[in-house]
Design a protein around this ligand. Structure first.
Ligand code: PRP
Length: 191
């Protein structure tokens, strides 16, 4: 039974503009994978994906890295459901499965916005005594930064627009778009 009160997204028309195409993402992921491969060539790296947003990026990036990797998954949440504003309160919904003590760890994120999520995660993961801890973020939105975050591998710097697709959601939808697009403003200004 369909709940008539809920507006389901229209995947074709809700995006005002494609900001980053599938091809641009593919090229950037290959470039980042190459850098990571050469930087960690003498060792191996543990990729820690920050779900849910980083899921497609993680899946593509790990296959663009040509050295042995292990992976782990964390899920954190800082945004409420259908909102474009961070609550500032970071919650761990799923913790690491294995110890990272003594390991070279690379956090894989889809976007750094205010920086509050990563600021929290960096402190949390440093407390688990990895040998090294770096950050790989596909998108960097510096206009909204509240805390400075050292980004070791950056995909794209983007303007202060609300973006969806390739893992990024609005109200949990649009994550499956293969590109990154700007959501039509009226969709979130009215909610
Ligand atoms: C998004 C994104 C980052 C965080 C960035 O996650 O995946 O983790 O927000 O924002 P910040 O720099 O302002 O902290 P979200 O909490 O929306 O969860 P999700 O990945 O499950 O969509």
């Amino acid at each position: 039974m369909v709940d008539q009160r809920v507006r389901l997204p229209d995947m074709r028309t809700d995006v005002a503009q494609v900001l980053i195409t599938e091809e641009q993402i593919r090229d950037k992921v290959a470039e980042l994978g190459g850098q990571i491969t050469s930087d960690y060539a003498a060792t191996s790296v543990t990729l820690v994906s920050v779900l849910k947003g980083s899921l497609p990026f993680m899946a593509d990036l790990m296959r663009a890295i040509q050295i042995p990797v292990t992976i782990d998954l964390m899920e954190v949440s800082s945004y409420g459901g259908a909102t474009t504003e961070t609550s500032g309160l970071v919650r761990i919904l799923k913790d690491l499965s294995s110890s990272i003590a003594g390991k070279d760890v690379l956090i894989v994120e889809d976007i750094i916005d205010t920086g509050l999520t990563l600021n929290y995660l960096l402190r949390y993961l440093r407390g688990k005594n990895p040998r090294s801890l770096r950050i790989c973020a596909l998108l960097d939105k510096p206009a909204r930064r509240l805390v400075e975050i050292p980004i070791d591998y950056r995909g794209f710097q983007i303007p202060d627009e609300f973006v969806v697709g390739y893992g990024l959601d609005f109200g949990e939808y649009y994550r499956n778009l293969p590109f990154i697009g700007v959501l039509r403003r009226e969709l979130y200004e009215t909610t």
